[in-house]
Design a protein around this ligand. Structure first.
Ligand code: IVH
Length: 688
């Protein structure tokens, strides 16, 4: 299936290859202008790359359609007229991309065909910094000019703005500086500075930058360099351009050492390898650890070290053959916002969320993303029908960054927060001074469902077999209404037997799990009761502070607040909850059912995993991410975030992180599914 994106939108099967080629060239030209000239891209890099790839494929299948003006043959883009044009002494080329091992091997094989058989190659592996390419010119060691890449031959002069960047030396510290030397590198904004800048802009009601790259570009494209000076920009250099005089080098690594010796900032994460396998391992390493860097990267650059071999290989009009960019999976994509809906949580909170055309981003497919609350929807100004930018960085929850305004349908109305609960139709209320709307109806079926599902979940009472599906079914069948009913299920065994999906074993297991949950620590029970502001940690803190349900039930708000770690808002919420007669009735029912009401100490689980290190990736059905980690650590095991040779097993759920799986396979680490994971937890043994 063709991916959604601007190409797909305009694609018609009736089109001839030549029509499609023209269309792709026009589209790429348009997106080049949005990206390079206006700092306002309409599509993600991946969608743009897809256009370029399709065009390249068509041109290679139809050589008669190749044109020297095609975007595949030239470096994008023409210089902006805001700043004076400046000609680079040596052209600034772009890089071709590869995705995955096979394409990397393909690049290497193409090079080897052009070289003497058996030529030994050394590869320098660098980070591909996601910023703005910059050409610095030094005259006898003095910084005299900075220019953007522009069309590769002519860029825009931004000397005064770049002068404000502390990382760019104004005078080189070496004595052997060349007469003239072009230094190429990337101007970027560290992620934290980007976040701080956006926070300031939000406070000042100014439009936000979508990502650090755009904010670096916007900060450089300023007529007043004082504005640039106020932005925290930095610089890494990675390449020499034209050089007149100075020392001679035989390799790129030597050139980088010289740049470092001159006082120029050379990125420390540069490594040299002799085989493509080790190069690929390095790429995998960065795929896994990109978030440990304080700035964004969008790939890894692999360069052949020997300058003699470089000149043998040469360049196309667009990119050198001796270097390649290994692209990392995208963390930002554009997709259609199909709808905005509202979900009702266990405490009645009404949360708007985006229903998206599913899109593969940050290593998994995203179809929904929270929009938090009414103010966030207003602030982001997202509307159903919009094309939106979705970001998912690593394990971070997917986020809708904002709309692509230029693609907004002309009739898209602003989204209005619903006045009534979408489930029980009772009016939603947004209390003065709060950002959340709430459904006030405690009997709202959505709330009952969420409360019951939460009570049985791993972090709370951990009732195996009482997941969302069963809760939904039991509510529908009138077997469950509130938390107290869970412990009456044993007396309704005939109704359970009448359900299609429940065999005798499932029923026995479920009732066993319910019985087993009665001994859970008081802290888990408090967390399970759905008291506003009482999360899992606060549940434990309160249990420890009061030691029993009975002491807590009669405690005043002040008494509760007097304990270390329990703030006034939490104390009020707890006291209010216990003063509600319905809740008091519930507590009495739970007492009669025989639940543990005392003591903070958790019964110690069998320590089956001592000395084991188990990594989890992807989503498991019966465990949340924290729940899986807790299941491991509470049995004496470790649960680190990454796979190494020391890992005992990798557990994979739906949509696992591919790099973890690859790494596990490479290190010979056993890969387990959820069923084997549960067996491992219980027995401490790996499956045969
Ligand atoms: S070398 C002729 N090295 O990526 C080789 N480029 O897509 C030119 N980039 O225009 C580039 N980090 O803006 C090189 N370590 C690195 C890089 C890097 C980021 C950017 C640069 C370039 C673009 C190509």
């Amino acid at each position: 299936m063709r991916e959604r994106g601007p190409a797909a939108e305009l694609w018609s099967e009736a089109m001839s290859p030549s029509e499609r080629v023209n269309q792709l060239r026009a589209l790429i030209g348009h997106h080049d202008q949005r990206y390079y000239e206006l700092d306002a891209p309409e599509v993600s890099d991946t969608d743009y790359d897809a256009l370029q790839r399709e065009l390249r494929q068509l041109e290679s299948n139809h050589p008669e359609l190749v044109d020297t003006l095609s975007p595949t043959q030239r470096v994008s883009f023409a210089a902006n007229t805001l700043f004076s044009p400046v000609e680079h002494l040596q052209p600034m080329l772009s890089l071709d991309n590869v995705f995955g091992w096979d394409e990397l091997v393909g690049w290497d094989a193409r090079n080897r065909k052009l070289l003497e058989p058996g030529t030994a190659l050394r590869y320098v592996v660098e980070l591909k910094i996601d910023g703005l390419a910059m050409n610095l010119t030094y005259d006898h060691g003095r910084f005299v000019r900075a220019a953007t890449r522009g069309d590769g031959k002519i860029g825009e002069e931004v000397t005064e703005n770049v002068r404000t960047i502390a990382a760019v030396p104004k005078q080189l510290i070496c004595e052997d500086a060349a007469n003239v030397m072009e230094v190429r590198g990337e101007v970027y904004m560290p992620r934290r500075s980007f976040e701080a800048l956006n926070e300031r802009r939000a406070e000042a009601n100014e439009p936000l930058f979508a990502n650090p790259r755009n904010s670096a570009a916007g900060s450089l494209r300023q007529k007043d360099s004082r504005v640039t000076a106020g932005r925290d920009l930095s610089f890494w250099c990675y390449q020499l351009g034209a050089v007149d005089g100075g020392p001679a080098f035989t390799s790129h690594s030597e050139a980088l050492s010289f740049l470092d010796h001159c006082g120029l900032p050379v990125n420390p994460d540069i490594a040299t390898y002799d085989t493509l396998e080790t190069v690929f391992e390095r790429c995998m390493h960065w795929q896994e650890h990109r978030h440990s860097l304080p700035y964004d990267i969008d790939g890894i650059v692999i360069k052949i070290d020997s300058l003699a071999i470089r000149s043998e290989l040469g360049s196309t009009s667009k990119a050198p053959r001796w270097a390649i960019a290994y692209k990392l999976p995208p963390e930002e994509r554009t997709t259609l916002l199909k709808d905005i809906q509202v979900s009702i949580g266990r405490t009645g909170r009404a949360t708007p969320f985006a229903v998206l055309e599913p899109v593969f981003v940050g290593g998994s497919t995203v179809g929904m993303a929270t929009l938090h609350n009414q103010d966030q929807v207003r602030f982001k100004d997202v509307r159903p029908g919009d094309t939106v930018i979705v970001r998912k960085a690593g394990d971070v929850i997917p986020e809708v960054l904002g709309p692509v305004l230029s693609l907004r349908p002309p009739d898209a109305p602003e989204w209005i927060f619903p006045t009534d609960c979408p489930v029980c139709r009772v009016p939603l209320v947004r209390p003065e001074g709060e950002s959340d709307h709430r459904c006030q109806n405690v009997d709202c079926p959505a709330q009952s469902f969420a409360r019951l599902a939460h009570f049985g979940s791993r972090g709370a009472m951990d009732i195996e077999g009482l997941g969302e599906k069963s809760v939904g079914l039991f509510i529908e069948q009138g077997l469950l209404n509130d938390v107290g009913d869970i412990y009456d299920l044993a007396s309704k065994i005939d109704s359970l037997r009448a359900l299609d999906r429940y065999g005798e074993t499932s029923i026995t297991n479920l009732l066993g799990a319910i019985e087993g949950s009665k001994v859970r620590p008081l802290g888990n029970l408090l967390f399970g009761l759905n008291i506003r502001h009482v999360g899992s940690t606060i549940g434990q803190v309160i249990a420890k502070a009061f030691g029993s349900m009975d002491t807590l039930m009669v405690a005043s708000e002040e008494e509760i607040a007097s304990h270390e770690g329990i703030g006034g808002v939490i104390a009020k919420s707890v006291a209010d909850w216990f003063s509600d007669p319905e809740h008091q009735l519930l507590i009495e029912r739970l007492r009669i059912s025989g639940l543990n009401f005392v003591g903070p100490a958790a019964p110690l689980l069998a320590q089956t995993l001592i000395g084991m290190s188990i990594v989890v990736t992807g989503s498991l059905e019966g465990f949340s991410r924290d729940g899986a980690e807790e299941a491991i650590t509470s049995r004496g095991g470790k649960s680190p975030g990454s796979v190494s040779k020391k890992t005992t097993a990798l557990v994979i759920g739906a949509e696992p992180g591919q790099s973890k799986v690859t790494k596990a396979e490479a290190c010979g680490v056993p890969v387990l599914n959820e069923k084997s994971f549960v067996e491992l937890l219980e027995s401490g043994r790996l499956p045969d």
